[in-house]
Design a protein around this ligand. Structure first.
Ligand SMILES: [Zn+2]
Ligand SMILES: [Zn+2]
Length: 411
């Protein structure tokens, strides 16, 4: 019969080349997991293998970002997400199964991608990026890729990335539309430059005027599909690949994709000269101590010594709630927790229900009582950066002794 004849001809043709080799011109190319990538002329697999990637968010976008990263051969990844898996996530998350409902997204995501790429070292952090992630994580990264649904975390990532001079890639999705954008620290416009009045209003709504959190739930309920998340996460990771190869990227601009009308275009952002994000540490010195081994006063003295000036102030990476004081009964409660981690209702005095006065701190100048505390007892995360300033100079210290505890396998 004609059909069977055609079949056998096809199968004979396949047998011509041994399955382990492909011939391109005169050159014989080794066949392995990444051999198709090497056919791309500018591709350098070693750049991906050695890159440190910080993935923030393990939802619809984060799942696709992680999947793409490990398929591409990235091996050093930290994934941050505070939330647990819910049933409604399962329609957009290739890395999760029904049995995973209730488990931490970061942990399951790390486990799942290890099954896809056994060589990948993926460290999960079930943490809130704004409150619980030290600047050291950003400093460790070569590129930060975000899959988030809120402006507060994006703004925070933007400021951290600028401080330690690292590029970050943002993605946002809604319905069947989305945007991917790239921001390069030190080169405006940045994410904060893109924020308008309406964005700032939304940002302020989450916090009450005394800095306590009005709503505990940071997870928005945004309409999304697995199709748009794969489109936008695909662009995000592809931009990361280009960035690592020092090729032109979307830096300072966004790629907008409108699924309904099949429109896509690039939008260029403008620089805001008053933007608060435009600050980069001149140098960050790594110190070998752990946060539990150094008091704030010891750190201040080290800075004072190195700056050659007694009159120095230690600045924290973020604001900390030091104390709650009741105006009614005068009771004071020592807190030492990051701003944003205390809910509005917790602000009330347990004795009389009065709303207590919130005292926050963001620096230490030498006389305060809390100088006796070790760095891990201040409400600040491990692997963080402290900046010591005199009137003329500044020196930033990364508490690198915490590296192992935070980065684990990805170190
Ligand atoms: Zn800016
Ligand atoms: Zn009271």
């Amino acid at each position: 019969m004609e059909t069977s004849c055609a079949c056998s001809r096809k199968s004979r043709r396949v047998e011509v080349a041994p399955p382990s080799q492909v011939r391109i011109g005169e050159e014989e190319v080794r066949e392995d997991r990444f051999s198709r990538f090497r056919l791309i002329p500018w591709w350098d697999q070693s750049k991906l293998r050695s890159a440190h990637v910080l993935v923030i968010g393990a939802g619809a976008l984060g799942n696709e970002i992680l999947k793409n990263l490990v398929l591409l051969g990235f091996e050093r990844i930290v994934v941050v997400d505070l939330d647990r898996i819910e049933e409604s996530n399962l329609s957009r998350t290739i890395l999760y199964r029904s049995d995973d409902v209730g488990s931490y997204k970061a942990e399951v995501a790390a486990r799942s991608v290890r099954a896809l790429a056994p060589k990948a070292k993926v460290q999960p952090l079930a943490a809130n990026v704004v409150q619980n992630c030290g600047l050291g994580l950003f400093a460790w990264s070569d590129v930060i890729i975000a899959g988030l649904d809120n402006r507060e975390a994006r703004l925070w990532i933007n400021r951290c990335a600028w401080k330690v001079n690292k590029p970050w890639i943002d993605g946002a999705i809604e319905g069947i539309n989305g945007v991917a954008r790239v921001f390069i620290a030190g080169t405006a416009p940045c994410y904060e430059c893109t924020l308008g009045e309406a964005d700032w209003k939304l940002l302020e709504q989450r916090m009450s005027c005394n800095l306590l959190l009005r709503e505990a739930n940071t997870e928005g309920k945004v309409a999304t599909t697995p199709t748009i998340s794969s489109v936008i996460a695909g662009i995000e990771v592809q931009e990361a690949v280009k960035l690592l190869h020092r090729m032109p990227t979307l830096a300072g601009s966004g790629f907008v994709f409108e699924g309904l009308n099949h429109t896509s275009y690039k939008v260029d952002y403008t620089t805001n000269p008053d933007c608060m994000s435009h600050f980069t540490f001149e140098n960050v010195a790594e110190v070998s101590q752990k946060s539990s081994e150094w008091t704030l006063e010891q750190l201040r003295q080290r800075g004072a010594h190195e700056l050659g000036c007694e009159d120095v102030v230690v600045e924290f990476s973020r604001d900390v709630v030091q104390e709650l004081e009741c105006p009614e009964c005068g009771t004071k409660e020592q807190v030492f927790a990051p701003v944003g981690s205390i809910r509005y209702e917790e602000g009330r005095c347990p004795r009389d229900g009065q709303m207590r006065v919130v005292k926050t701190i963001h620096s230490y100048s030498g006389g305060e009582d809390f100088g006796k505390r070790t760095l891990d007892k201040l409400g600040l995360p491990l692997f963080d950066v402290f900046s010591v300033r005199s009137a003329e100079a500044e020196r930033a210290y990364l508490i690198a002794g915490d590296k192992r505890a935070v980065l684990g396998d990805a170190l």
